[in-house]
Design a protein around this ligand. Structure first.
Ligand code: NAD
Ligand code: AKB
Length: 314
């Protein structure tokens, strides 16, 4: 399927942690009027360009928005994340699976290109924890992870059966200052900066040895744009690229903040999210992303911490 530049872009879940920044980046690149944002709630994306309230489970309303706005590419971000998913598995399954199916069915009819993110949550406790391979058995223990595995498979099915150009990244935990995260397990790695920047201490909900793959949002946005621009012929994978940025323990994160703010303190009180974190990798192997579309991260823990605190304290 070739790219039709006369068609517009739509972002679902545009009011979320990634959505706000991805919508802004797409509007900057392709023009504000060419990027429609939808969500079930209004945030700043609603003020900064075309926006409509739309529940992704409402197939007819979603299809009408696509039809009325000549949408050729969809970035499908609307989802329920891991921690909320464990509190409400039915809701998580419903939105993540039925929402995706609605997007794919409309994509089939309108011959759209799709970006659909996956997550490190596809992995379960049975895989090599360090440098987790791209292609490995996927046995997640959370309902969120289960929907992400099924989502990857469904996307590949539509790619193979209907020739829909669908691409996706298994994002690590994403760290950002423009927007707070919402209902995920890696949220502690963002919340801690918001507290530190206000000169408050933080109580972390995972223990100090917890080490997970993470990435700074500017790298994640760049990766998304780069993957969507890569020539289809160079891609051997489609909806499931491992993507590596950095890995650090919760204690190393505290120490990185203390290098800039020596008075900052953090105590650790693990809750139900510890078990979710324990089931995920420590680091992932992203050779496929490097080889197939030239991925290269630019931030590490030190440069990210400097940038996060500078922006939050401003
Ligand atoms: P988020 O929770 O911040 O945003 C999701 C958005 O979807 C929210 O604005 C929410 O209002 C919206 N939404 C929820 N239900 C909806 C519905 N029924 N209809 C329409 N919109 C609905 O999540 P995020 O962090 O921006 O994640 C976006 C995508 O990236 C998700 O697929 C998530 O699994 C994936 N991902 C995120 C991370 C991360 O660290 N942020 C990591 C891995 C994967
Ligand atoms: C979560 O913690 O649920 C997300 C993710 C890694 O998918 N941030």
């Amino acid at each position: 399927m070739s790219i039709d530049n006369t068609k517009k872009i739509l972002v679902t879940g545009a009011a979320g942690q990634i959505g706000i920044e991805l919508t802004a980046a797409l509007r900057e690149k392709y023009g504000t009027e060419n990027v429609m944002a939808i969500d079930i709630r209004e945030t700043e994306v609603a003020k900064n360009g075309p926006f409509k309230i739309c529940n992704i489970l409402d197939f007819n309303k979603y299809k009408k928005i696509v039809n009325d706005n000549n949408i050729g590419t969809v970035y499908h971000l609307a989802a329920i994340l891991s921690a909320t998913g464990e509190k409400n598995p039915k809701l998580c399954f419903d939105i993540n699976m039925n929402g995706l199916q609605n997007v794919l069915e409309v994509a089939r009819e309108y011959e759209q290109r799709i970006f659909c993110p996956s997550s490190i949550a596809v992995f379960g406790p049975d895989i090599p924890k360090e440098n987790t391979p791209q292609d490995v058995a996927l046995n997640p223990t959370t309902v969120y992870g289960l929907t992400k595995v099924a989502g990857e498979l469904l996307c590949d099915y539509y790619f193979n059966k209907y020739n829909i150009d669908i691409r996706g990244i298994r994002y690590p935990g994403l760290i950002s200052w423009k927007n707070r995260p919402n209902g995920g397990t890696t949220d502690y790695a963002v919340e801690i900066y918001f507290k530190a920047a206000k000169n408050e201490n933080y109580q972390c909900f995972v223990n100090e040895q917890t080490k997970l793959p993470m990435m700074y949002m500017p790298d994640a946005i760049r990766a998304t744009l780069e993957l969507m621009e890569a020539p289809l012929e160079s891609l051997k994978h489609h909806s499931n690229y491992n993507l590596s940025g950095m890995s650090f323990t919760a204690l190393e994160l505290v120490e990185a903040i203390q290098k800039i703010m020596p008075d900052f303190e953090c105590n650790f009180k693990p809750d139900y999210r510890q078990e979710i974190a324990n089931s995920w990798p420590i680091s992932v192997n992203d050779d496929a992303a490097k080889e197939e579309w030239g991925w290269k991260p630019s931030f590490n823990l030190t440069s990210m911490t400097k940038d996060m605190l500078k922006n939050l304290r401003n």
